[in-house]
Write a protein of this length. Structure first.
Length: 282
């Protein structure tokens, strides 16, 4: 419950302009120069900040040359400090998936052995290579491929609310909108039966943060001396890893289920320095 409250709190901090969902207006003030740590669409009517993946695509597409160092530094800083803790606690798309996973359907608890690498391909191809390589003949600029063709956040939190509030815009929808809606529907359907399907398989931001999970300052600490080897943490893990063996696996989305189930208090979130001190004592 504490994590859910934190998730909702950060959702409304990033999306405080709820009334815009009904008017279709998009905030474009100075706060949009700031990136949020999670996947939160720039075009979401309620949003007051930008998405780091969207900003990265604009740089690679050649439309904004002045953000390269900023977005690189931002992602490196957030990754080094938090890792995928962002996925578990701060990301609006993560909250959305947690909510729809609560829908009563049969659940598939899979390790996604090979599918988990898809997100790295999405990051490399749709965020970096395609915006760089495929340029418009007249403008010489690329397109934000991930936002344009895949991102479910832009469909669920931006396109659908805007179209719902504007009959005039609905007449301009075409094949691309149908494609994006189908992709979003597929991700929603998959996420009702597979925990955090989008985070684990497709999300390029999750791919970036996963690279830092093992070295981030905020990480999982396992105290072997306290562990009774009951196996409950492994049984409850939604992403099918063993927290007692790999507490800082790149695939851990920091949902905290293992921490909550551990009666021995052998698993906890710690800032690295504190974790190392604890390990030295044991």
């Amino acid at each position: 419950m504490k994590r859910l409250i934190t998730q909702f709190s950060f959702f409304f901090m990033q999306n405080p302009l709820i009334k815009n969902f009904f008017t279709g207006e998009i905030y474009s003030g100075s706060a949009k120069k700031i990136c949020t740590p999670g996947l939160n669409c720039y075009s979401c009517p309620a949003a007051i900040t930008s998405c780091p993946i969207g900003a990265a695509q604009l740089f690679f597409a050649g439309t904004r040359h002045n953000i390269s160092l900023f977005i690189t530094g931002f992602l490196l800083f957030i990754g080094m400090v938090f890792g995928r803790f962002i996925c578990g606690y701060l990301c609006p798309m993560g909250l959305f998936q947690d909510l729809i996973y609560k829908i009563k359907t049969p659940k598939l608890r899979l390790r996604l052995r090979f599918l988990r690498y898809v997100k790295y391909a999405v990051l490399l191809l749709f965020v970096v290579i395609f915006p760089l390589a495929f340029l418009h003949e007249l403008s010489g600029l690329g397109s934000p491929w991930f936002c344009k063709y895949i991102c479910p956040s832009s469909t669920i939190f931006a396109a659908l609310p805007i179209l719902a509030s504007s009959e005039a815009l609905r007449v301009f929808t075409g094949g691309l909108f149908v494609l994006k809606t189908a992709v979003a529907a597929g991700i929603i359907a998959a996420s009702t039966v597979i925990y955090r399907f989008f985070c684990r398989v497709i999300c390029p931001l999750g791919a970036v943060y996963s690279l830092f999970n093992g070295v981030a300052l905020v990480r999982m600490n396992f105290e072997k001396s306290k562990c009774s080897s009951c196996g409950k943490c492994r049984e409850v893990c939604h992403v099918r890893i063993n927290p007692a063996v790999s507490p800082n696996s790149p695939e851990c989305v920091r949902c905290g289920s293992c921490v909550g189930i551990c009666g021995d208090k052998a698993l906890n979130y710690y800032i690295t320095a504190r974790a190392e001190k604890s390990e030295n004592k044991s």
